[in-house]
Design a protein around this ligand. Structure first.
Ligand code: NI
Length: 136
């Protein structure tokens, strides 16, 4: 039997500011552009959580999507949706909330919650044209 991937698509909105406090305001503006706006700005994030594994012979599921969607809601959406990532979350108090770091953080939150015989991959769209994958 081959492994199968199942993907749950979710969505959240959040504000952020990309900023390196060790740099001058000028350098921050050059490097991060609009995402360095001092008063923050929002993104509509699309999140794809991919679970890869063998189908359970009794259920035919890799993972029950109800369990997966509840898990994403409890651990990720309730934590980040409609939040200012820099100000409202522990995770990004000292970590620049780039799409890369958000995807890695979501992976690290979900990984311990998912059976160790399943693989987890995160895809996070910051815009329709920019997305990141972790692990790639
Ligand atoms: Ni931004």
């Amino acid at each position: 039997m081959n492994k199968t991937a199942i993907i749950r698509c979710e969505h959240f909105n959040a504000a952020h500011r990309l900023h390196n406090k060790n740099w001058s305001d000028e350098k921050n503006k050059i490097v991060f552009g609009k995402c360095n706006n001092p008063n923050y700005h929002g993104h509509n994030y699309d999140l794809e959580v991919k679970i890869i594994g063998y189908c359970d012979p009794e259920t035919g599921y890799v993972i029950d999507t109800k369990i997966l969607s509840d898990l994403i809601k409890d651990k990720v959406l309730d934590r980040f949706d409609h939040k200012n990532l820099n100000l409202d979350t522990e995770e990004f108090k000292d970590l620049n909330p780039t799409a890369e770091n958000i995807a890695i953080t979501i992976y690290n939150i979900l990984k311990p919650e998912i059976s160790s015989d399943l693989e987890l991959k995160i895809k996070l769209y910051e815009t329709a044209r920019n997305y990141v994958e972790y692990p790639y």
